[in-house]
Design a protein around this ligand. Structure first.
Ligand code: PSV
Ligand code: MN
Ligand code: MN
Length: 389
């Protein structure tokens, strides 16, 4: 049977997809109530990268892994990058961390004390050094900064301090590097967060220039927020830098992307494609933790969920949609989108994997590979993602 031109084209686009997995997804994690230790989890960043390489081995579309500093502190980042290359993957975004030291109780770059601000900025500059050594082009900035009580600090002064810090870090970027500013509406600050929404992140990035862009973490919005609108808007303005994909039911749940609301993920991917963002350097990163499910399969499932949403979004008949929209046929327009969403794309993806010399079912192939048993035998004393690392 010969394939239609459209199927060939969709497969080519899916084959080129690049989904980045986070190093912290491979370590033990939990809630503030309990971290459940799993057997065989990585003991150091080298082993986290080895696990990320497995996800790429079985999916073919996860060729980079994001690091979080200092959770992934090593002596030699060039050596870590070499290790990654040997395993067939690369180092992706460097995630800074100015939220876990006692010094940061009242903030990091927006802290009222200049000494703490300097310490935080120095960490961000150190992260750019790490990017240089590891060959990474993306720095991800998330600030837990904010206040819990009205009057606790001057909201406006904190914006000034934030702008000052961002300006200094921006000036340190190399010509082919960028930073992505992440927003989050609450937690750990409960009254006012300093970068609470896309508008705040956008305004700071706009002032700085083209190497500053916004990253959309899908778990960082109030319930009911239309995330695909934000995606469409930022993309149109050239300010969408990437995603931290995950699912949320209630807050920043960090569950597997596509688990809570696959339809939302489809709508987001449709806007990415519609806006020309699929091939324009937008980083499709996962930001998740697997507290109760096994970690490598959790990442494989997440990558597959993004692939499925992407395939469905690529299937949208754009000409039919435009015609229905132009003629004001509300139901027909909606039906075009729903037809694509309701298509079972799993056979197409299984076909594609075989064309890529991969097993059609990555979950089953990984389970049968012997790797899960091997790491349980070989690794004793795996570390907690994040604070324990
Ligand atoms: C904050 O909630 C966040 O989404 C940021 O991206 C952090 O770097 C990450 O979580 C840590 O898991
Ligand atoms: Mn995030
Ligand atoms: Mn988060």
């Amino acid at each position: 049977m010969t394939e239609s031109g459209m199927t060939v084209d969709i497969k080519a686009q899916l084959r080129a997809q690049h989904i980045e997995t986070p190093s912290w997804a491979y370590g033990n994690s939990g809630t503030r109530f309990k971290v459940f230790a799993q057997r065989g989890v990585p003991r150091d960043p080298y082993e986290k990268i080895a696990d990320a390489a497995q996800v790429h081995l079985f999916t073919g579309v996860a060729p980079t892994v994001a690091l979080h500093i200092p959770w992934d502190r090593v002596d030699d980042y060039a050596d870590l990058a070499r290790h990654a290359r040997e395993l067939g993957v690369g180092i992706g975004a460097i995630n800074s961390n100015v939220f876990q030291d006692d010094d940061y109780m009242l903030g990091s770059v927006t802290h009222p004390d200049a000494r703490v601000r300097r310490k935080a900025i120095q960490h961000l500059l150190d992260c750019v050094d790490i990017m240089d050594a590891a060959g990474s082009d993306t720095l991800k900035l998330w600030f837990s900064d904010g206040i819990n009580y009205p009057g606790q600090d001057d909201i406006r002064a904190r914006q000034d301090r934030l702008a000052e810090a961002l300006t200094e870090v921006y000036a340190r970027l190399g010509p082919s590097q960028r930073f992505l500013l992440e927003y989050k509406f609450f937690e750990p600050a409960f009254y006012a967060t300093d970068v609470p929404d896309w508008g705040t992140a956008y305004a700071h990035c706009l002032r700085l220039g083209p190497q500053a862009q916004v990253v959309v973490d899908t778990g960082h919005h109030a319930p009911g927020t239309n995330i695909e609108f934000i995606v469409a808007f930022l993309l149109r303005e050239g300010k969408l830098g990437g995603f931290d994909f995950n699912s949320r039911f209630y807050a920043d749940d960090d569950l597997m992307v596509g688990a809570a609301d696959p339809f939302q993920l489809f709508r987001i991917m449709y806007e990415v494609i519609r806006g020309g963002g699929y091939t324009s350097g937008i980083a499709f990163m996962l930001d998740q933790c697997h507290n109760i499910e096994p970690k490598i399969p959790g990442q494989i499932r997440s990558v597959m969920n993004v692939q499925e949403a992407t395939a469905k979004a690529l299937l949208v008949d754009r000409a039919a949609l435009a015609a229905a929209q132009t003629s004001g046929d509300v139901l027909a327009a909606n039906a075009v989108l729903m037809d694509a969403y309701n298509t079972d794309v799993r056979p197409l993806l299984a076909d594609l994997r075989q064309e890529m010399s991969l097993a059609p079912d990555p979950m089953a192939a990984y389970a049968a590979s012997g790797y899960p048993e091997k790491i349980v035998t070989e690794r004793v004393g795996g570390t907690q993602a994040g604070w324990g690392a």
